[in-house]
Write a new protein. Structure first.
Length: 244
């Protein structure tokens, strides 16, 4: 991960995500519903639910939407069932792509994902063909504007909190953790008074694929098409997307 800024990818996707805010809220409501059905509606007793609610807050999802999803989980029929499926494939320029989906109809989702790949310069791979190229990590971003702490002091805090690594730019501190330590590290920095611009569990590529302008545009179209699908919750790639 050294030398790579996930923050640039986040900023590069921001405008596109803002335009899809309604669909994002719909997908987050589904994730909240599933997490609550699996482990209860109390975030204090359900770490998975707390992570999803934090994700929803990062996306500026209104509290009313969160409450509606929790209410639905507590009152809905046990017959409603969703599966989490991971699709693996390649995009333009050989970029590795992971697609996470939550679906109540595997055939529908598989068809939609396959079509999105085939019509946008990609190819769907077999299970295990891409996943090994990514590492599951906790990720936190703290914007540096207004902070007086230097990199060395921040790195000491990262180690104290139980984090693994720190990447620093003029704009942001980026903190990486093991997945099982993510919640503790996040809570540490919140208690220290830091405002987290981003806090999530993510998939980080072990190596990154360089693309030319044409390949980047094709990859953007493929990612956009995948994210438009109601069943797709997250898309990860090994390419660094441009800041728009």
């Amino acid at each position: 991960m050294a030398g790579h800024s996930k923050w640039k990818n986040i900023q590069g996707r921001k405008n596109a995500q803002d335009a899809k805010r309604g669909k994002i809220f719909q997908k987050l409501s589904r994730e909240i519903y599933i997490a609550a059905k699996a482990g209860g509606t109390d975030p204090a007793m359900n770490p998975g639910l707390r992570l999803v609610i934090d994700k929803a807050k990062s996306a500026n999802m209104p509290n009313d939407n969160v409450e509606r999803a929790l209410k639905k989980a507590s009152s809905s029929s046990e017959n409603e069932h969703y599966d989490e499926i991971i699709y693996e494939g390649y995009g333009p320029g050989g970029v590795a792509i992971l697609v996470y989906a939550l679906t109540d109809n595997r055939n529908r989702t598989a068809t939609n994902v396959r079509v999105a790949f085939s019509r946008n310069g990609g190819s769907l791979g077999e299970t295990g063909s891409v996943n090994y190229m990514f590492d599951r990590k906790g990720y936190l971003a703290i914007e540096r504007e207004g902070l007086e702490i230097e990199e060395d002091a921040m790195f000491e805090k990262v180690i104290e909190a139980g984090g693994e690594d720190l990447e620093t730019s003029e704009e942001v501190f980026e903190i990486y953790t093991a997945p099982e330590d993510f919640t503790d590290v996040r809570d540490f920095f919140e208690k220290e008074g830091f405002t987290l611009a981003q806090a999530e569990l993510t998939m980080l590529p072990q190596t990154f694929t360089d693309l030319d302008a044409e390949q980047t545009e094709k990859l953007q179209k493929l990612v956009d098409k995948l994210e438009e699908d109601d069943d797709v919750s997250e898309v990860f790639t090994s390419a660094e997307l441009p800041v728009e």
